[in-house]
Design a binder for this molecule. Sequence first.
Ligand code: PGA
Length: 251
Amino acid sequence: MRRPFVAGNWKMNGTRDGAKRLAAGVAEGVSGLEGVDVAVCPPYVFIPEVAQVLEGTKVAVGAQDVAKEQQGAYTGEVSGGMLKEFACRYVIVGHSERREYYCEDDALVAEKFASAQRDGLLPILCVGEKLEDREAGRTEDVVRDQLEAVLDRNGISAFAEAVIAYEPVWAIGTGRTATPDQAQEVHRFIRDLLSAADAEVAAGVRILYGGSVKAANAAELFAMPDIDGGLIGGASLDVAEFTTICRSAAV
Ligand code: PGA
């Protein structure tokens, strides 16, 4: 059975002290909680201290992005190997904010996915449609293209060591969550698509939902058969909200 997973995406928020306090609060809030994996993804510069705070706790550390290159003259980039040195286990790739504001296309996301795995990190691959795609009935086409770029580059076996996050762009930071049925439909579509390549890998891969998940709506989303947890933005900055969400995912 798939083990539920809840990851907090802190985005570009917080302060050095605040990040440490938040990490400590989350660790305390989920200590002893069984049946769910938990991670937080702080901004790069906070990762070393947050990793220290979280050492020996059940909360893992992830990053929000990674370079496609391993090292060299790439000003401003951070490699998977560097993240690994600071105890990162996960890295988000292809978040819609990076696709939208930093021109990341499907090909680049596929390279970053490969780069994460090459350095022993578990990529959390984000896919999801914009509002105009959904309104035009193109949700499945968009999600298929995003997934196939990664599949073509990395092969289906790569998904045995990866997590997928379905995040409809219109639901991110808007307070407008997909209904459990809307989300389940796309999660099912993603699993079926992977299943056509390898049923066992598809059955094992965790597919998180992201987009305005809160303590108040998490349980009904996580109750859906193909929703294996959440990628949480705004609500992950609040210890009580986030730990309640983790609790809702625990089986
Ligand atoms: P949100 O963000 O929970 O604030 O909508 C989710 C995400 O962008 O990962």
